[in-house]
Design a protein around this ligand. Structure first.
Ligand code: PAF
Length: 298
């Protein structure tokens, strides 16, 4: 149990910094992977900081532009629109905890399904500034093997780093569940410029939240997914538990960055269309968030 594992975390965003810092704290050899050379230099020099309550801890991890060989695990936490640009080493377990649909399929094409583990995390982290995050709430990380990759070592690595982990036999199901919830909360908070909890307080927003999650659940149904609990109730529960959080999509809009709307609402309405199912509200919020992105960037 005293193995010093080598772990690469790809993406220096809110969750990437959180995972890299926690893994470094557990004593693993951690590489944080970024594609911007100037940011690599700054993060190498300054380290990463994690704020939890009134405690701040600083970690120095190796920050590089490419994933080194001989890694025990690679954790992908880049925005979904960057998945297609990744260069991945062969024969290495890769765990994606990214938002949205389509990431796994893209990774499988690059490296083979046998290396892929996939899932979701409800860890809540806010990027305050480059390399500095606030861990706003601990959450559950749920993942499983996409086809034949072993979950044993990745599970040990994450648990030793202090993450609360659950293994699932159906990673695609948990990804759909999270995406359906995100399809309600993320675009609405981004469009209305409100924290998650406000969606429950505004009657019309709450109605829209329900309708968006129902549209997403129906599309999931066309792909054969059935859910044991109402995803509308799950979405409302998430809003309640994360009432003061600024959703990742609103964080992106406020920072003038591209959002993950394409892999969330975009994928849902496209998949719906392929299955002859219309998702008018999903399409509308997709169009509005795309417009906001361009307004912010212009
Ligand atoms: O993307 C996010 O911000 C989170 O997944 C969620 C659940 C909406 C909470 O803020």
């Amino acid at each position: 149990m005293n193995n010093v594992y080598a772990v690469s975390v790809v993406g220096p965003g809110a969750l990437g910094c959180l995972f890299a810092g926690k893994l470094a704290k557990a004593g693993f050899r951690v590489h944080l992977i970024d594609y911007q050379q100037e940011r690599i230099n700054r993060l190498s020099k300054n380290g990463i900081e994690i704020i939890e309550g009134d405690q701040t801890e600083k970690y120095h991890v190796h920050v590089t532009g490419h994933i080194p060989t001989m890694q025990n695990l690679i954790i992908i936490l880049v925005k979904s629109y960057s998945t297609a640009n990744l260069t991945l080493p062969p024969d290495t377990p890769i765990l994606t905890l990214q938002n949205g649909l389509g990431n796994v399929e893209t990774l499988c094409k690059k490296t083979g399904a046998e290396n892929i583990l996939a899932g979701v995390t409800t860890e809540a982290s806010t990027l305050i500034e480059e390399g500095k995050v606030r861990h706003t709430a601990s959450g559950l990380t749920t993942f499983g093997s996409w086809t034949t990759a072993s979950v044993k070592e990745p599970l040990e690595i994450l648990e030793r780093a202090g993450f609360w982990v659950e293994i699932t036999d159906s990673p695609s199901q948990v990804i759909w569940e999270k995406t359906a919830v995100n399809a309600g909360i993320n675009p609405l908070t981004a469009i209305l410029n409100v924290p998650n909890g406000m969606l429950l307080k505004i009657r019309e927003a709450r109605e829209l939240l329900r309708e968006l999650v129902i549209e997403a659940s129906k599309v999931a149904g066309t792909e054969g997914y059935r859910f044991s609990r109402s995803l509308v109730e799950v979405a409302e529960e998430v809003c309640e538990k994360t009432a003061n959080n600024i959703s990742s999509m609103l964080q992106d809009i406020r920072a003038g960055k591209r959002t993950e709307i394409d892999s969330i609402s975009g994928e849902i309405f496209r998949r719906g269309t392929s299955a002859f199912l219309t998702t008018p509200r999903t399409k509308l919020v997709y169009q509005l968030v795309r417009s906001l992105e361009q307004r912010e960037i212009a």
